[in-house]
Write a protein that binds this ligand. Structure first.
Ligand code: PLP
Length: 425
């Protein structure tokens, strides 16, 4: 396989875009090769500008649960564009998407649409601080919640979870109120609640983390989080930007029956266009302007083209048989992949249709164990797999996804290729 045109394109883009890309992980920096420039995608396939075609498991970082270029989503977006692409005034479409989101999740009575996951999280935190009149935010090492200043922090130090910012340009005073603790560690949780007590506005969590690679919460852990946040009057925010509408029509909260106070969505709910959302009960959402004193706005919020794509996606997903069929395919796939991984000394973490293989002998249960995996071995594996026509998410700290568009043949082919590559790794 030849990547010459992508390599040239990357040189050109690097002259004009920082790092040649508009979002860092796209640069393949951790893999150590030029990123592929994509020409088009359809179903489970991704085609680069050199004309190579791949089976895609990145799916725009989980957006593409229905596969790429689904005809119904294309049609909806086309139709919307014909009518003008932005008015800065309300449309019926926004009520329709809000209705789909509120139907999906009993913890949400009202929702505000925005244009990205970052924006939704940032606004949800402002809302939680306003509602509680408190400042401190607890997050977990390795969980990602977008790039707003207060959440760009390094893993916490010790049980106290004190943090430094993980990016230049973030004042210390902005992250002073963020505490980050290890995932799957009830003791650390208990400790920060005892320490910061009635100052904690919100705890934010990816209920099934996917941004340190997939990590599974231990039994009872999310229940404990729900319990302790209630006990201390802290709002629980589920960041379901990846997990929302990925496993069922709703979020992980619906699957597990654990209800947060505020939920954040993104990725899937825009059908491949920029949409984010945050929602809660009517009392909490009543604080948002113009009803209440928490200011939050957006010129392109609820954009008719993006929202039309989102409605088309969620309308398709309302038919839960889609999830059943993805789950059945995924089950077989994981069963076999787990066996290949264990034969070759890898750990496989998976949840339904989302997975990360780790070059690790030990179970990966938190950020520290994810960091201890052999990420160089992952890069070698990645490059060889790319040459076999398989496109995973380009980092060992990311999740891979199976969509409705992946065929049994795609999955079997992928297993064969993985086995082949691991034999030579
Ligand atoms: C992708 C992601 C975000 C950020 O969303 P953007 O649309 O990239 O701003 C936030 N939280 C989680 C869990 C994500 O996976």
């Amino acid at each position: 396989m030849n990547f010459q045109l992508s390599e040239e394109a990357y040189k050109d883009s690097s002259r004009l875009l920082p790092g040649g890309v508009n979002s860092p992980v796209r640069s393949f920096k951790s893999i150590g090769i030029s990123p592929l420039f994509i020409e088009k995608a359809n179903g489970s396939n991704l085609t680069d500008i050199d004309g190579n075609t791949f089976i895609d498991y990145c799916l725009s970082w989980g957006v593409g649960i229905l596969g790429h270029a689904h005809p119904k989503i294309r049609e909806a977006a086309h139709l919307a564009v014909e009518n003008g692409s932005s008015y800065g005034a309300p449309t019926l479409l926004e009520t329709e998407l809000a209705s789909l989101i509120c139907q999906s999740t009993s913890s949400i009575q009202k929702v505000r649409l925005v244009s990205s996951g970052t924006e939704a999280v940032m606004s949800a935190i402002r809302l939680a601080r306003a509602f509680t009149g408190r400042d401190i935010i607890i997050k977990f090492d390795g969980c990602y919640h977008g790039h707003s200043d207060m959440l760009l922090v390094q893993a916490g130090s010790g049980l106290a979870g004190q943090v430094n910012s993980s990016s230049k340009g973030v004042p210390v005073t902005v992250v002073n109120n963020t505490v980050s603790i290890p995932f799957n560690n009830p003791k650390a949780l208990q400790h920060v609640f005892e320490k910061y007590n009635d100052q904690i506005a919100a705890l934010i969590i990816e209920p099934i983390p996917a941004n340190m690679g997939v990590v599974i919460p231990s039994d009872g852990y999310l229940e404990f989080i729900r319990h302790i946040t209630k006990q201390y009057g802290t709002l629980l925010i589920f960041d379901e930007v990846i997990t929302g509408f990925r496993f069922c029509f709703g979020g992980v909260q619906k699957l597990l029956g654990i209800h947060p106070d505020i939920t954040v969505f993104g990725k899937i709910i825009g059908g491949g266009l920029p949409v984010g959302a945050y929602g809660a009960n009517a009392e909490i959402m009543g604080l948002i302007a113009p009803d209440g004193p928490v200011y939050q706005a957006g010129t392109l919020s609820g954009n008719p083209v993006a929202v039309s794509a989102g409605i088309a996606a969620l309308t398709l997903l309302k038919d839960e048989s889609i999830y059943q069929s993805i789950e059945e395919k995924s089950k077989d796939f994981f069963y076999q992949l787990a066996s290949i991984c264990s034969k070759n000394g890898l750990m496989l973490n998976g949840f339904k249709n989302m997975f990360t293989p780790y070059f690790s002998k030990n179970p990966v249960t938190d950020y520290t164990s994810s960091q201890k995996a052999n990420h160089e071995a992952f890069s070698r594996f990645y490059i060889q797999l790319l040459h076999q026509g398989i496109y995973l998410s380009p980092s060992g700290y990311e999740a891979n996804f199976i969509s409705a568009a992946h065929s049994k043949a795609d999955l079997e082919n992928t297993l064969d290729r993985i086995e082949l590559v691991l034999k030579n790794n």
